[in-house]
Design a protein around this ligand. Structure first.
Ligand code: 5GP
Ligand code: MN
Length: 351
């Protein structure tokens, strides 16, 4: 695959391989309310370790959302580890350990921790950190690592079996078609199906590479995008109905109270995607959605277009993320949180 000028990953890969090949049991984790990149990346790492013969478990604060249950290995994601005594942790797609939610203590207990991530770093957890905020997805960083692994002699060949489903090119030594599905989901969802500004030429080369290596993109599209619960679409309808705007339509937002979820029989995961619908309004520079989380906390999703950096806005009020997609968890009522986010955005937009 063609690559653009990125720092060589060989060194990071060598360290990663050294750690995983000497580990007895690896604990893999990702952030709470996991999305496609979180689950796709965690499962790709798990399947990779399977191929290397390294025992591993995957845990997450929440089970995978319904639209990711089809992914190879999704059934292995647990809320807590089944075994004890893991000697290596690998966490993916998060920039701060509190994003692990209830899984955090398990990772604090492992003697060595690897972090693979693409968020703007603010906390710096992990003994080995493979972090690139320029990378569109954690899955994209993993593809780089696996492509690098293929080019090294010291990588064991994971793919002795032929023929491989959907394989259009020479088999990869590291990436099976099942892994390609997981990585494809991460890349597709975090780039908004290759529409967001984080979609680089490199990401598109990686997409082609994953297709060549067995990713079943038609299946993934059906499972991820044509598989919504009815409540999800009804919640979207209610959300749009309740939308508020400010600054001559440059900010638009929705506050979703718990009663609404009860009334519709909707779940937390049904909130995903609403914020992007609001952002699609021509005048809107920034959109956000607030909903009541657990323990009196409010969960906010922020999005922006172009130069407006909502990661900075989110960091100012205790959250984080990427330039055009960030999130925050605020203690207090929905009304209080609404006032905090509106004020921070008005300051950022200067209106
Ligand atoms: P989403 O709005 O899809 O939940 O999250 C968008 C981005 O913001 C993700 O990259 C996610 O990691 C980050 N993010 C979401 N919620 C939080 C939060 O409460 N704290 C921090 N630090 N980042 C968040
Ligand atoms: Mn991600």
């Amino acid at each position: 695959m063609k690559t653009e000028s990125k720092p060589p990953l060989t060194e990071a890969l060598a360290k990663l391989l050294e750690l995983v090949l000497s580990a007895r049991d690896v604990l893999i984790g990702t952030h709470l309310n996991p999305d496609g990149d979180a689950i796709g990346s965690a499962l790709a790492v798990s399947l990779w370790l399977d191929g290397l013969g390294v025992p591993n478990e995957v845990i997450c604060h929440n089970p995978p959302p319904g639209y990711l249950e089809f992914l190879p290995g999704a059934e292995r994601v647990r809320l807590a580890p089944e075994r004890k005594g893991h000697d290596l942790g690998i966490v993916v797609d998060l920039d701060a350990l509190d994003r692990l939610g209830a899984c955090r203590p398990y990772f604090e207990a492992v003697p060595q921790l690897v972090l693979i991530d693409h968020h703007q770093p603010h906390e710096m957890p992990g003994d080995l950190r493979i972090v690139d905020p320029a990378s569109p997805a954690t899955a994209s960083l993993l593809v780089d690592l696996f492509v690098t692994a293929d080019a090294t002699e010291f990588t064991p060949n994971l793919l002795p079996v032929a023929p491989q489903r959907g394989l259009q090119g020479r088999p990869s030594k590291s990436v099976t078609p099942d892994m390609a599905d997981c990585l494809w989901v991460g890349l597709v969802t975090d780039t908004g199906s290759f529409r967001f500004p984080n979609t680089t030429a490199h990401a598109l080369h990686q997409a082609a590479w994953l297709l060549e290596h067995g990713a079943d993109i038609a299946r993934v599209s059906d499972e991820v995008y044509l598989n919504r619960d009815e409540q999800s679409v009804r919640l979207l309808g209610e959300a749009i109905h309740r939308m508020k705007t400010d600054c001559e339509g440059r900010i638009a937002w929705v506050v979703l109270p718990p009663e609404l979820y009860e009334e519709l029989g909707a779940k937390e995961e049904h909130t995903e995607g609403i914020v992007n619908e609001i952002l699609s309004i021509r005048t809107v520079q920034s959109a956000f959605v607030l909903r009541a989380g657990k323990h009196g906390k409010v969960k906010g999703s922020l999005r922006s277009k172009g130069g407006l950096d909502v990661a900075k806005v989110a960091q100012e009020i205790g959250g984080g993320g990427h330039k055009n997609a960030a999130g925050v968890t605020i203690e207090g009522s929905l009304e209080e949180a609404e006032a905090i986010v509106v004020r921070a955005l008005r300051e950022a937009i200067r209106c």
